[in-house]
Design a protein around this ligand. Sequence first.
Ligand SMILES: Cc1cc2nc3c(=O)[nH]c(=O)nc-3n(C[C@H](O)[C@H](O)[C@H](O)COP(=O)(O)O)c2cc1C
Length: 355
Amino acid sequence: MTNFWNNLPKPFFALAPMEAVTDVVWRHVIASAAKPDIFFTEFVNASSFCSPKGTHSTRGRLAFTSDEQPIVAQIWGNKPDEFTKMSLALAEMGYAGIDINMGCPDKSVIKTGSGSALIRTPELAGELIRAAKTGGLPVSVKTRLGDIKANEWQDWIGFLLRQDIVNLTVHLRTRSEMSKVKAHFELIPDIKKLRDEIAPNTLLTINGDIRDREHGMELVNAYGIDGIMIGRGVFSNPFAFEKFRPSPANSLDIAANKHLQPEDDKVSGPLFVPGVKPFASCDIERNIHNKKELLNLLNLHLDLHDKYSSELEPRKFDPLKRFFKIYIRDFPGASELREKLMHTKNTEEARRLLK
Ligand SMILES: Cc1cc2nc3c(=O)[nH]c(=O)nc-3n(C[C@H](O)[C@H](O)[C@H](O)COP(=O)(O)O)c2cc1C
């Protein structure tokens, strides 16, 4: 089986796996705005997958289309035999790789001994990695620095580097730090040094608080890491993976997708306002993508929701509402429009309102 990780650009950029976010619809929205080099599914529980109704209950999470390659299925659990079974099935389904979640700090995951609880049971973690390799797909791991203290990362990261994995993604926080402290960028040089010593062939991807490609490139240039993974950055800026930041004047030209063509759009209003910090909730300094582009992206989101609901797996409309604030913000009347959108019952109503 080919190992796609060897054919990635250097550095490579990945969209982080995010539960209830990075499904087939949202991944296509992001790809349309600016495509990352790798996609991950939301995490999928191996016990659910292996249960009698498992292939049905996990179908929504595991749905993908051929234009998303390379796509990696992220799995979580604590039973090696289930990982074996799932790895065979995922290879059969056409996934390019398997990533094991060893970083989730959620209580419901921890109490099963999975996710970041595996940091305290490295022997089991090793067994799970071996089991995940059964199907022949390249196996990677996404984890945190450790359990409690950031400066105790060496044992755990060193252990994982000895497991012959293709890529190690390190979210630069410990389990107990959750997302409450800033990512420990200061540890990157030492992590890279350990990787070079123990497993020079294992790729090293850094994750946590990275806003966009430009920010990721600063870290790559400073530390020489292989990959950058971006999660919440796309909430502030769905165009986070774009290679060239357009100037305000030509920002409409970069819209390759037909949904992003300005003539499709009937919404008028202020475009880019120099000097205005559009994302109050984050430290991205400016949004060079204007209101029209964001509204067009929302229309695309609605279209893709319908498309994949009919082609792949029915999807509920209500969870889609959580995404409205990504597109409808920082322009006069945004909160009123958002409020109205929250009362819509289906994509058609939302589309009508947007027009
Ligand atoms: C809503 C949400 C869901 C997440 N779900 C997953 C998941 O399924 N698997 C996983 O490995 N990490 C998950 N994470 C963690 C992210 O992948 C990432 O490690 C974390 O958000 C830090 O990166 P960021 O600062 O770029 O967002 C999730 C994070 C968020 C915000």
